[in-house]
Ligand binder design. Structure first.
Ligand SMILES: Nc1ncnc2c1ncn2[C@@H]1O[C@H](COP(=O)(O)OP(=O)(O)OP(=O)(O)O)[C@@H](O)[C@H]1O
Ligand SMILES: [Mg+2]
Length: 342
């Protein structure tokens, strides 16, 4: 298999002056193979969108290397990136980000077909209607403006728009977050079907690990700009080895009240007592203030990604202890993390 996306040691910094400087992405590496989905998950502000923007060439990295389909990504303005970016396309949370509100959906779909495939008027209309059919939008629907369609229909149109130039990679940034649950399932099934047909690769960004684990072949967990756990989707979601991944998974509701109660108390223990913001990059583990396992080593030494299984890496000094505790539902060490009512 060939890698459609290679990201090596990517660092993105916003702001210049010392005080306003945010290291949004910190030495992050990942790769995505053809026809597969890499799910990038983490809480708000962890840097997921910034990774997606760097991959699309919309922010200039401070350092690192990004290759899409073997070629380096150039820094571009949004419009140019969408027009020229035949290899990488994007689907946003809010479909109006890629759909022009004053334009019929049909014309929005025809535009990339004219630019990239150089199709004439009738041919581009037929190709746009064929694309519409792939995403279950009838020709009549395509002759409407975005405000005349539902959220799910708009998102299907945005997906068709992204796939029109037959890209190798689509960055899907929270593509179902704004949709209700049943529409979410339809849009996810559509993305999966289209991937089977076209072998497109997805960088699927979401704060919701329950969505990510259903669509992804591999998962990367981000915390404070860093990848803290990465690997095969089933390994990461069934044997999470970083305390932060465990906390994310413990927050996913389950339909059994007794199990839900037990998980809730475990989640309180795992989430840690402190809810402080991530620490600045001053050495040590970025998760140390929230982690029930923090000790002197975590204060001093920044953990690097290391293997804990086949295609499974974690950046935690105490991954083995954390895994055992997660399996036995053992409470966090005394005096740390557990709250009075857990
Ligand atoms: N244009 C910008 N200028 C300055 N700081 C920014 C900018 N965009 C993002 N940031 C900061 O960079 C960090 C990462 O933001 P980013 O949007 O990548 O996170 P995210 O994981 O996508 O969050 P969310 O789940 O809320 O979308 C945050 O601290 C954010 O405040
Ligand atoms: Mg985001």
């Amino acid at each position: 298999m060939s890698s459609v996306l290679v990201v090596e040691d990517l660092t993105v910094v916003y702001g210049r002056r010392r005080r306003g400087r945010v290291v949004a992405v910190d030495r992050l590496s990942l790769q995505i193979e053809e026809g597969t989905t890499f799910g990038l998950v983490g809480e708000s502000g962890s840097g997921k969108t910034t990774v997606g923007r760097a991959v699309l060439g919309l922010v200039r990295p401070a350092s690192g290397r990004i290759l899409v389909d073997g070629g380096p990504v150039q820094h571009l303005a949004l419009r140019a990136a969408i027009e020229q970016g035949k290899k990488a396309q994007v689907v946003f949370q809010d479909p109006t980000g890629s759909l022009n509100p004053a334009r019929l959906v049909l014309d929005t779909l025809r535009e990339p077909l004219r630019i990239h495939e150089r199709l004439k008027r009738d041919a581009s209309t037929r190709a746009a209607e064929a694309l519409g059919e792939k995403v279950s939008l009838a020709p009549g629907m395509l002759r409407r403006l975005p405000y005349q369609l539902s959220g799910g229909q708009n998102q299907r149109a945005a997906i068709a728009r992204a796939l029109a130039p037959t890209p190798r990679l689509v960055v899907c940034d929270e593509p179902v977050t704004a949709l209700d649950v049943s529409t979410q399932a339809q849009v996810i099934n559509l993305l999966v079907d289209l991937q089977r047909q076209t072998r497109v690769a997805y960088l699927f960004i979401s704060h919701d690990i329950s969505v990510v684990r259903h669509v992804s072949h591999r998962i990367g967990v981000m915390y404070a700009g860093r990848l803290v756990e990465v690997g095969d989707a089933s390994s990461v979601s069934t044997s999470p080895s970083h305390p932060y991944t465990q906390a994310l998974l413990a927050a996913v509701p389950v339909p059994d009240p007794a199990r839900q109660r037990e998980r809730r108390s475990r989640r309180r223990a795992l989430a840690g007592a402190a809810v402080d913001d991530a620490l600045p990059a001053t050495g040590g583990c970025p998760y140390r203030l929230r982690c029930p396992w923090t000790d002197e080593v975590c204060q001093r030494v920044e953990p690097q990604l290391r293997p804990v299984g086949e295609d499974h890496l974690v950046a935690c000094h105490h991954a083995e202890r954390a895994v055992l505790a997660g399996q036995s539902a053992e409470p966090a060490p005394a005096g740390q993390g557990s709250t009075a009512d857990s």
